[in-house]
Design a protein around this ligand. Structure first.
Ligand code: SIN
Ligand code: CO
Length: 387
């Protein structure tokens, strides 16, 4: 449905990714918005949806978080409604995001959608994340600068801005134009008329987040219980002194945790865990039998990957410990396995936005283990049946 154009992705990765901002004129020709402002406002009614309205009314900045009792009461002066993870709720928004898959899926975070009235914006600021911002309907002036020491200001407790910056890009974006902003590059968008923007954001976990998630996993699974040992303890002059050798031993003990299997098990679970608070936990999903599922496939039904589902798998390693018998993939922080013989089929299946019976025919016919896998994934709500 969406096709990214006017960008050479090889050149982009080499010259721009995480290095320089870039304006891509008409990245999408004849761009059609995947959602309108009324549908966007409708999403904010759900408790699980993370949204905020940033307004500047008579020079006073305010941030209000959804869900809202009376959304209009926050739309004062110049205001933007910003909604996170719209890729999880709107299939067309998910398709738009997936056109950026020349960057690995595990690097993607979410699609944030905003609607701004004329003159609105969230003010000059820095983000910790790389982002492609797609201009939807309307037009917006975008200014982007280079990393530097900027003075931070907080006109509201939930709004981080900087006082100003010198732009190296200062352009008006029209529907289908895209601006790429690397992390920590100051930017400011001011709507020239009511407009929609789509931000494809990328994740960049900090050492703190990585360590804390890995530690939680180790605690939950009762791993990494090896203790400090010092059988070679020798006499020392000051009993209060920690020897450099002991510092090195502590580092080595910790470094060992990264070499073991636990880290390799945890990493894809961590990277695939893009679920949002409250997501799909209390969804009522129809339970299909394997037979019913296969009949539907034979009857020409399409099986679509649900919005927000971004399956991952790890490149096989060359050592024995990487499980030769099973192919494992990960969805929303959970591992699924199938026999290694059907790994190619499953990889192809996971990479397609939808499949039909034809897909199985093109992939060497039906493997016996495919029916239970598809049934499991449909019954979890990760694939759905449509026309
Ligand atoms: C937006 O207002 O749509 C994007 C905000 C940002 O600059 O991150
Ligand atoms: Co930003």
């Amino acid at each position: 449905m969406y096709r990214l154009q006017n960008i050479n992705t090889d050149v982009f990765l080499k010259e721009y990714w995480q290095k320089k901002p870039l304006l891509i004129r008409q990245g999408f020709t004849d761009f059609e918005d995947p959602i309108d402002e009324h549908e966007l406002a409708g999403l904010t009614e759900e408790d699980s949806v993370d949204s905020r309205i940033v307004s500047n009314h008579n020079g006073k900045w305010t941030v209000a978080h959804g869900p809202y009792d009376d959304i209009n009461s926050h739309c004062l002066g110049q205001w933007s409604l910003l909604v996170q993870s719209v890729d999880h709720y709107v299939p067309a928004a998910d398709s738009l995001m997936n056109t950026f898959d020349f960057i690995p899926v595990w690097r993607m975070d979410d699609l944030m959608v905003s609607y701004s009235n004329a003159g609105a914006g969230v003010g000059p600021h820095l983000d910790q994340y790389d982002v492609f911002i797609i201009q939807g309907k309307g037009s917006r002036r975008w200014q982007v600068g280079l990393p530097d020491q900027y003075e931070a200001v907080r006109p509201h407790c939930d709004l981080s801005q900087i006082t100003g910056f010198t732009p190296v890009i200062d352009e008006v974006l029209n529907p289908g134009d895209i601006i790429y902003i690397p992390a920590n590059h100051p930017h400011n968008g001011a709507a020239l008329e009511p407009c929609m923007n789509y931000s494809v954001g990328f994740r960049a976990p900090s050492q703190q987040e990585i360590l804390s998630s890995f530690a939680d996993y180790a605690i939950d699974n009762n791993l990494l219980s090896k203790r400090f040992k010092d059988r070679a303890l020798s006499p020392r002059k000051f009993s209060g002194e920690i020897k450099q050798q002991e510092v090195a031993q502590f580092k080595a003990l910790l470094a060992e945790t990264l070499q073991g299997e636990a880290f390799e098990k945890w990493l894809p679970i961590f990277l695939s865990d893009n679920k949002k608070a409250g997501d799909e936990s209390n969804q009522q999903i129809e339970e299909f039998s394997e037979q019913a599922m296969m009949e539907m496939l034979q009857n020409g039904e399409y099986f679509y990957r649900a919005p927000g589902i971004k399956p991952l798998f790890v490149e096989p390693g060359n050592s024995d410990k990487h499980g030769e018998d099973n192919f494992t993939f990960y969805i929303l922080g959970e591992a699924y396995s199938g026999p290694i013989e059907s790994a190619e089929l499953v990889k192809n299946f996971l990479s397609e936005p939808f499949i039909t019976e034809e897909f199985l025919a093109d992939n060497g016919g039906q493997h016996p283990e495919f029916a239970p896998l598809l049934t499991l994934l449909v019954n979890k709500g990760y694939w759905y049946i449509g026309e």
